[in-house]
Design a protein around this ligand. Sequence first.
Ligand code: CS2
Length: 492
Amino acid sequence: MIKIKTTNSLYEPEKVDVGIVHIGLGAFHRAHQAVYIEKNLNRHQGGDWGICAVNIRSNTQLVDQLKANDCRYHIAEYQDSKNVELREVNAIRDALFAGEDKEPLFAKLVSEKTKIVTLTVTEKGYYLAPADKTLRQDDPSIQHDIANPTAPKTAPGILVEALYRRKDLGLPPFTILSCDNMPNNGNLTRQAVCGLAEHRSKAFAQWIHDNVAFPSSMVDRIVPAMSDASRERLQQELNCHDENAVMCEAFSQWVVEDNFPQGRPDWEHDGVQMVEDVHPFETMKLRLLNGSHSLLAYVGLAAKYKTVAQAVADEKFAALIRHYMSVEAAPTLDLPEEVKVREYIESLISRFANDSLQHQLSQIAMDGSQKIPQRWLNGAEERLSSEEERVLSATTLGVAAWLFYVRGEDLEGNKHKVDDPMAQTLHELHDRCSDSASLIREALKQKDIFSKTLSQNESFSKAVLKAYQTLISSGVAECLSFNSSDTANFGG
Ligand code: CS2
């Protein structure tokens, strides 16, 4: 028997004003930020921190469906397959699809009531080169926004134009809060926005730099993309007939840098951790949780697993990520004081094992070129340039398995789609290089992904080559000889 707890909104949604515009209305936003705002509105029985959620590229359907339901939807928070909380959410007060015509979106962005703009546009939505995080001036969408600043397509372009209009109207700028999985996501957002604003004028870019707050934040909640099967399950298991419902784990964390000159919800009473410096939390989460996720995705898919829970149920995979986290990643971290790393690692392993989620490895495998630098490579680089050089066997296996995945074809010749902005480049690389040695050499030269230090590190490239050769000649099992009792010398 499944135990269902139901939580309903305690306020009148139609009386709530919009104080936050959110760009990137996906499942993650609905299950993470919107839930914190829902709790805040419940506690105050209303208020003016409602959300207007916007999509700028795709998913008009979701916007229409939400609007048809007055933006009311449900979240099913699974502790495990037997315990779930079904929560009604009304925090999103308006939804917009800003495709060709962005004026309705600009009307919201220049409203005096809008104090905060939040973003979940994924790593590639910032148009920063993955390795060195500079604005990709050569990207066609960025070039479009440079040429047409008043009718932009990209999130950075929209923010620049909105800030320009607000400045023109004498309105204070809103605070911009990135909720994407990148280290220093506030600084990176500033870099993208100011980099683009420079094309309008250096003075305007400087004004943004001096006047706009870009707090960083660490976001965490496992929210698999919804599918027909998961919708059906919610109907049958929870009697939840809501086409906009989202299913996720019970765990949720949001650590936010406290820098909101125009004000913010008092969400520290709703579970948000307000801190001075988010960086230790971000790197910890990116390198441990997301790093393990990507490792499970590429190595797991090569072993024909489909979900995260299936992969970690295999003790060899559990040993792989335990080794990766404790021996290779944890020593690179400057951990937040209150975190006990062993406990954190074990809690991640049990979150991954939550088999009620059906979290698809193929979802995590998307956009690897944009993800692996902050998840694996930054830490590896620090590790390899430190005095105590080691062979990073799990990380290098990850890189090899990623490279194998982007070939778009498994060992038996079955093809799969590679969803990645660099898919074409990576595909050509496979076509061009006839043997593994030249493939690895050329791949590591991709300077958008690999830093010079890393691509020139011989022990790193040798280990990637060895893992790749073993993978293609003998299969995944041969690559998994990690010891589950592996732990490095770190505190906690
Ligand atoms: C995942 C993340 O898809 C991915 O790349 O690693 O979405 C992950 O589930 C979240 O960051 C968890 O907070």
